[in-house]
Design a protein around this ligand. Structure first.
Ligand code: MN
Length: 377
């Protein structure tokens, strides 16, 4: 568990103006309020809100959000009152804690898919301040990380299913892709243990050659292209177990038939370079029939342009490659708006900037859910 000074230091690290006294007060208050309560793991209950706060410091969130995370279960699970929270931590933190408490109450009501859909709308509508939602998502993420401590299998499954149906999609909608992936991985492991085991085993086999396969293939691609004097930026990623499984289910194919477990993107200066690069790649590695798409000569309806192909790399591993120019790349990214995981953004970004982007995304969803709920009322 993070110690008090460690947590405070983390916040001061990215926000020197953070209210240190507020964080210290919240830490001590929460520790005393939760007292001797225990988690299923046997850890003191208090370790949970602190870990949730820790997760949020990775996102460089402001002092009020961190204090909210530390206090988020005090109203629901201890004798602490909203008045006390207001008096000790101010109106903003009290409102945020109240928001998280309300979300937890609605959460307890879900029963079926339909209820889940309603819950999703409510979650969005009620999170007038996106920080409420961020605390709730971090809360769920930590509960998923510690799910294996819960003794009853039915309870574990229920929580995992709810995470898959509600929280992972919510994380995705507001652009928190790392949260989404980790939630899906943990829930998948719980819901489909055999499939999870077999996919991770195969992923491990892929990596047996040693080292980081993604970066080895990336350098190979870069080298091939540089020999033809094409300076390329190569990006690579590996699908996570749940999205591999979903793809296998959707397309009724085996792990070996999947071509995009590893996907790469080559960003090259000109359209001509795109076609030259494609030729080089197809000469070097055999292409997978039926997977080549020329969205440069025939763009998608939304204007998307790129060359797509799949090739058989060493050891029969199929890899997917997209080739595009920087302009095409910017357009494609603009289309996906929140694609970038903001954790990976430059350090010069202030936490407020991160919130700004998320806030914009949420406003859209709030309007949407307000409309939907308005119709019901
Ligand atoms: Mn909690």
């Amino acid at each position: 568990m993070l110690r008090q000074y460690e947590l405070v230091d983390r916040v001061l690290d990215y926000d020197p103006d953070a209210d240190e006294a507020l964080l210290n007060r919240a830490y001590v208050f929460s520790m005393q309020a939760h007292g001797s309560q225990k988690r299923a793991s046997g850890d003191p209950y208090f370790s949970h809100p602190i870990e949730v706060a820790g997760i949020l410091t990775d996102l460089r969130l402001d002092d009020e959000t961190i204090a909210t995370a530390i206090l988020h279960d005090t109203i629901e699970d201890t004798v602490a009152t909203p008045e006390e929270i207001t008096r000790l931590f101010g109106g903003n933190v009290a409102r945020l804690v109240d928001g998280v408490t309300k979300l937890s109450k609605i959460e307890a009501q879900t029963e079926n898919e339909r209820a889940a859909e309603n819950l999703r709308k409510f979650l969005l509508a009620m999170s007038g301040d996106i920080r409420v939602l961020l605390v709730k998502l971090a809360d769920r993420l930590h509960n998923m990380r510690t799910l294996h401590h819960i003794p009853k299998p039915e309870k574990r499954r229920r929580i995992a299913k709810e995470t898959m149906d509600i929280y992972a999609p919510l994380a995705e909608r507001i652009g928190m892709y790392e949260f989404m992936k980790e939630m899906q991985t943990l829930a998948f492991q719980q819901l489909e243990p055999d499939a999870y085991a077999s996919i991770t085993k195969r992923l491990n086999q892929l990596h047996e050659g040693g080292g980081d396969l993604i970066s080895r293939i990336s350098s190979g691609l870069r080298l091939q292209l540089s020999r033809a004097d094409i300076p390329a930026e190569i990006q690579g990623r590996e699908k996570h177990p749940y999205s591999i499984w979903r793809k296998m289910q959707e397309r009724h194919i085996s792990f070996e038939q999947l071509s995009d477990i590893m996907a790469f993107r080559a960003i090259v200066p000109t359209v001509e370079d795109c076609y030259t690069a494609l030729g080089i790649i197809h000469r070097r590695w055999p292409m997978v029939p039926g997977r080549f798409k020329d969205y440069i000569s025939t763009p998608k309806r939304n204007g998307y342009r790129s060359l797509h192909t799949s090739v058989i790399h060493a050891d029969n591993a199929r890899i997917e490659i997209q080739i595009r120019t920087p302009e095409m790349h910017a357009e494609a990214e603009g289309e996906r708006r929140h694609t970038k995981n903001h954790r990976k953004r430059g350090h010069q970004d202030r936490p407020q900037t991160d919130l700004g982007g998320l806030q914009k995304g949420l406003r859209t969803f709030k309007t949407l859910s307000a409309c939907l709920i308005g119709k019901v009322n």
